[in-house]
Ligand binder design. Structure first.
Ligand code: DP6
Length: 359
């Protein structure tokens, strides 16, 4: 499939107005996407667990407008008008206009809310963009009822990617690959696909407890960070490493080898932050408590032989990952030893989920 394949033929139906509600979760990358080419094409393949509790619900209401001279929309978060969200959505609409040519025909009211607090340091772009892309696909399906479910999901992921790269991994679950990888048939730089191979029972219902270490705005946005991978001295090696780490994971998922899983996942998290620290300009998103937590996890693992591990996204918060069978033990450990390092003692219990849903 090429990008051109997502340009629709003329629509069958005419519609005046309507509304759709979708919820879509966040996701946490195991092999990280860090570095992109033009048009949101990733420099390397990535794979993520889709989350369940951390999600965005978006109501998209639309009504035909008098002319098709430009985009017309309003955005609301928790019922409050948010004009500062508009530039990002305007950019998204511009990027996807060729693929969703009805955008200028309607006025849109976008009402959105997140299950996690806006100021939690948890990025809402993956869940938000995938929910909005799903709503737009519902309109497209009404205009052209012949589109298949497979095309619907694939194009929702394709559109979401153009809003925020990692958002294309939130449409399905429980594991999603985005970016061309030689050993994964059907993988594509244009959209995420459900991981197509066998996954051992050890990885079913995997838990992710998100420790909120720093709830402030990030000092460096992901978009700026991705751009700093251009001319980065270690970029090419890093992109190669992501391919080989994903190759290793294929076997890990098949055999259920938790020790190798931990090794890859933690190495990916630290490599992501190492790329940030070796960019020019360089920057550090981890906080002292991020490191305290990592050290506690390592000490606990050594002492108890547990399979708990951590990963990080582009921020200071720590995602604590552990198999379902260790839930009780790790929840105790988190309460007793890790909560002290969270801002106001706050954390979110989440686990693997199955993607966007029409409500
Ligand atoms: C560190 O998807 O937020 O979370 O495409 O510029 O919107 P844009 O970036 P974004 O980057 C996410 C980076 C990451 C790693 C990952 O999710 O793979």
């Amino acid at each position: 499939m090429t990008a051109k394949g997502f340009i629709p033929k003329t629509y069958k139906n005419l519609i005046e107005k309507g509304s759709y509600i979708w919820s879509s979760p966040s996701n946490i990358a195991l092999v990280k996407y860090w570095g992109k080419k033009e048009n949101q094409i990733p420099e390397n393949p990535s794979i993520s667990f889709t989350l369940d509790n951390c999600k965005t619900t978006t109501t998209l209401s639309f009504s035909k407008k008098e002319n098709n001279n430009g985009f017309l929309f309003d955005v609301f978060l928790d019922g409050e008008k948010k004009d500062n969200f508009k530039p990002k959505i305007e950019t998204f609409f511009k990027r996807i206009e060729a693929y969703s040519p009805f955008l200028k025909d309607y006025y849109f009211k976008i009402e959105t809310s997140n299950t996690f607090p806006h100021s939690s340091g948890i990025a809402s772009s993956a869940s938000g963009m995938s929910a909005l892309a799903s709503c737009l696909m519902s309109i497209e399906k009404e205009l052209n009822p012949e589109i298949t479910n497979e095309h619907f999901t694939q194009k929702a992921s394709f559109l979401a990617r153009l809003g925020s790269g990692s958002a294309c991994r939130s449409l399905e679950g429980d594991l999603v690959v985005w970016g061309k990888h030689d050993e994964i048939d059907g993988s594509s730089d244009l959209f995420g696909i459900k991981y197509p191979f066998e996954v051992h029972q050890n990885f079913k219902n995997y838990n992710d407890t998100i420790l909120l270490v720093d709830k402030g705005e990030k000092q460096v946005s992901s978009t700026v960070g991705h751009n700093l991978m251009h001319n980065h001295p270690f970029a090419q090696e890093r992109f190669k490493q992501a391919h080989s780490n994903l190759s290793v994971l294929i076997n890990v998922f098949k055999t259920g080898d938790l020790k190798s899983f931990i090794e890859i996942v933690e190495s990916e998290a630290l490599t992501l932050h190492a790329m940030m620290m070796t960019s020019m300009p360089y920057f550090i998103l981890m906080k002292p408590n991020t490191l305290e937590i990592i050290n506690k996890i390592w000490a606990f693992r050594q002492k108890t032989n547990s399979n708990v591990c951590f990963t990080l996204d582009a921020g200071a918060n720590v995602h604590v990952l552990y198999p379902e069978s260790e839930t009780e033990k790790i929840c105790e450990f988190i309460k007793n030893e890790l909560v002290a390092y969270c801002q106001k003692g706050e954390y979110i219990n989440d686990k693997i989920g199955f993607g966007a849903k029409l409500l």
